[in-house]
Each structure stands twice: as structure tokens, then as C-alpha cells.
Ligand binder design. Structure first.
Ligand code: NAD
Length: 370
């Protein structure tokens, strides 16, 4: 096994930080975190599934680096991102007697990362935190870029802050215990980076994507590395999503409508919705004559080959009235002034923001989408 570690710098001036990518990083976490500490105290936040696999290893690593630590283990799943759980978590962390020098450590997927980041952003008006993402989605997407937040009955991530971690340790060895469906959902986000602005990376995935999904170390590290590098570069250029960062939402407005239609349930994972959403974005762009049918079918073919959903009928969503999907799309928080904004491709590797998408054509397209 190749144990090499890749290092990537997210260039955000005084808020710059490193992302380390490779196997066995949890074992090194204590030493890496110790360098950043003002006070040798860390609070680990994890969830039940992840803690069962990796909490002891992380605790041992912190102890070996003479860092005192406590752990809070949250229930697994999206419901943990609500205000009630957050209130309890905040009280529990404060109960440990923290001060501005305390470090929070997120050990888990995007849920744990988002909640921990929001706790770090708000407790004592801001303390440091480290991300140890353990899902593929969190390693290539949610742990990079500094979006933190929790959900409300009005919608997902509506309470939150932009707040950057001090360090990200993407231990690709943790992906071995991830359920296959969760792994593939994360893979969809990797494909997204190729489609947004790196045709060569997409072509590489067409060849090596199976090795990535089989968790071959070299292919996996490279895929995570290129994805993080692209997200880091986009975020560094547009931290607060006023421009190019919106391209990262390729497939998300369509995907959001499908997630809303399936009640944000396990019937359709976020990454699966993004996969299907990207297929719809390419198909719609092909209908508008913006992208070739060849590119659209390459995208569908690759995602389908990996086992991701690429047809509405697979989820029984092909009979959903177009107006219902449009209503969900116009409630997406990326919508400005009630108009529908879509990220659409010109070709594989080149995308743009279409503000004010042509709604009649969109309705016609959705009515026929199968
Ligand atoms: N901040 C951002 O920029 C950003 C971007 C995308 C998504 N998100 C958020 O991320 C969340 C989704 O993240 P996710 O897909 O990682 O979901 P998740 O955190 O719920 O993890 C998915 C499931 O896998 C389990 N798990 C995690 N790591 C494991 C491992 N190594 N082995 C075994 N089981 C493991 C978890 O317990 C959970 O049951 C959503 O809340 C979404 O809003 C945030």
C-alpha cells in the first residue's frame, strides 16, 4: 500500500490552511493538531457510526501528543443538524470548560463537519476547529470551503456562517467502512469537478473511476486531491459565493427539486440527486443547443456505469408534474428574485451560470424527462 500523503494549501490570506490527503492520517492527527494549539485541549465531535470505527484511534493519537480531550458523540444522520441538537451540543461543549484556545475536532461526514464548524464559528464568538472528514462527499466537498450550518423547518443550512477550519485531514483509509451507496454519492461530486472545468480529469475518471470506487489508494488519493484542489481554488477566488463558486452547484438546482420531491429522505441521497441533476443539466443544455448530444450521453453513461441513478424513472419520479419540480426549483435558495438560475454546460469541462433560465422550455423539458 502506498502511504504517501499529499498536501494542499487553501490560499485565503490569514485564514489559509492545509489539507492533507492520504491513508493513516488519524494516527498522525495528534502530532498535526498539536502544532496549531494555543492550549492543549481538544473536543472531538463525532457521530455514532463513525465513533464506533475511529474514535479510539483519534483519542490515542491526541493522548500521545499530550493533548487533553473530551468527546461528544451525536446520533448519525441529517436530523442531528437541527437547532435542538445544536443547542444541546453547544451546552455540552461549554460544560467542558473551554476557552478561546480550545480546538474542536470534527470526526465524521458532512453532518458532523457542518455542525462542528458552526459550533466553532459561534461558541465564544469563534474558536479554532479541524476537520477529519470520513465520507467521500465530506473529503471532496463539505470539509473544504468553510461553509458551516444547521437546518431549520424552513430549509437546510439556513442558519450558518462562513468559517474556515485550521486544518483538514482527509484520511482515505476511513472510506473502507463507508456504505457503498454513500461512497458512490461522494463519487458523483468528484465527477462534478471534471464536468465543471476539467475535461482531462473527467476523461481520467472514465478510465480510472472504477479504481477510485474500488478504493485503490493511488487512484483515490489522486481523485480526492484534484477535487479538493479545484474546490480550494474556486473558493479562494470567491469565498462568499458571489461569482465562480456558484459553478460548484452544477446539478444542484435540478437535484434539489428531486430531493424535495422525495422528502430529503434516504430514498435519494444528496450525491445521487446531484448525479441525476447533472444528467438533467446536460440533457437540458443539449435541448437548448448549448452542448453536444455526445457530451450529454458520455456524462449519463459514466454515472450509470458506476451505479448512480441517471433516470427519473429509476426513482418513480418520471410522472412528477413539471410544475411541481419547477416550484421546488424556484424555492431553491440559489434562486434570486423568483427566477431560476441554472449552471449549464457548454461542453464537458466548461460550465456557466445561466440566470433567468427560459421557464417554458424548462417546463417542456421536465414534462418529457424520463
Ligand atoms: N459545508 C458544505 O460546503 C457542504 C457541502 C456539501 C454537503 N454538505 C452537508 O453535508 C451533509 C452530508 O454529508 P455526508 O454525505 O457526509 O453525510 P453524513 O455526515 O450524514 O454521513 C453519511 C452516513 O455515513 C456514516 N459514516 C460517515 N463516515 C463513515 C465511515 N467512514 N464509515 C462508516 N460510516 C460512516 C454517517 O454516520 C452517516 O450515517 C449534509 O448535511 C449537507 O448539507 C455541506
Amino acid at each position: 500500500m502506498n502511504d504517501e500523503i499529499e498536501k494542499l494549501r487553501v490560499d485565503l490570506g490569514e485564514r489559509a490552511y492545509d489539507i492533507l490527503i492520504g491513508p493513516r492520517l488519524i494516527e498522525r492527527a495528534g502530532a498535526e493538531i498539536a502544532r496549531l494549539l494555543r492550549r492543549r485541549q481538544a473536543i472531538i465531535i463525532s457521530d455514532e457510526n463513525v465513533a464506533g470505527h475511529y474514535l479510539t484511534a483519534l483519542q490515542d493519537s491526541l493522548s500521545a501528543a499530550a493533548i487533553s480531550h473530551h468527546a461528544v458523540v451525536l446520533p448519525s444522520g441529517e436530523q442531528t443538524k437541527d437547532l435542538e441538537h445544536f443547542g444541546r451540543l453547544a451546552q455540552e461543549i461549554l460544560g467542558f470548560g473551554i476557552d478561546r484556545g480550545t480546538m474542536l475536532v470534527a470526526l465524521g461526514g458532512g453532518v458532523v463537519g457542518d455542525v462542528t464548524g458552526f459550533a466553532a464559528a459561534t461558541l465564544l464568538r469563534g474558536i479554532d476547529f479541524v476537520q477529519i472528514p470520513t465520507t467521500l462527499l465530506a473529503q471532496v466537498d463539505s470539509s473544504v470551503g468553510g461553509k458551516t450550518g444547521i437546518n431549520t423547518p424552513h430549509g437546510k443550512n439556513l442558519i450558518g456562517a462562513f468559517y474556515q477550519p485550521r486544518l483538514v485531514l482527509a484520511d482515505i483509509g476511513t472510506l473502507g467502512s463507508l456504505p457503498r451507496r454513500e461512497l458512490l454519492a461522494g463519487y458523483a461530486e468528484i465527477v462534478k469537478y471534471g464536468l465543471i472545468r476539467d475535461a482531462e480529469f473527467f476523461a481520467w475518471l472514465e478510465v480510472e473511476g472504477s479504481a477510485v470506487c474500488e478504493l485503490a489508494n493511488d487512484a483515490l488519493r489522486r481523485a480526492v486531491m484534484i477535487s479538493c484542489a479545484m474546490k480550494a481554488e474556486i473558493v479562494a477566488g470567491d469565498e462568499r459565493e458571489e461569482g465562480d463558486r456558484a459553478l460548484l452547484n452544477l446539478g444542484h438546482t435540478f437535484g434539489h427539486a428531486l430531493e424535495a420531491e422525495t422528502g430529503f429522505s434516504a430514498r435519494l441521497l444528496h450525491g445521487e440527486a446531484v448525479a441525476l441533476g447533472m444528467v438533467l443539466a446536460f440533457d437540458f443544455a443539449a435541448r437548448l443547443g448549448l452542448v453536444s448530444l455526445d457530451d450529454a450521453s458520455r456524462v449519463r453513461g459514466h454515472l450509470a456505469d458506476k451505479g448512480l441513478p441517471t433516470r427519473l424513472a429509476q426513482l418513480g419520479l418520471n410522472r412528477t408534474p413539471a410544475d411541481r419540480l419547477m416550484a421546488h426549483m424556484s424555492k431553491d435558495k440559489k434562486v434570486r428574485d423568483g427566477r431560476i438560475t441554472l449552471i449549464l454546460p457548454r461542453r464537458i469541462g466548461e460550465t456557466f451560470v445561466m440566470r433567468d433560465a427560459p421557464v417554458d422550455q424548462l417546463r417542456g423539458f421536465l414534462a418529457e424527462a424520463a
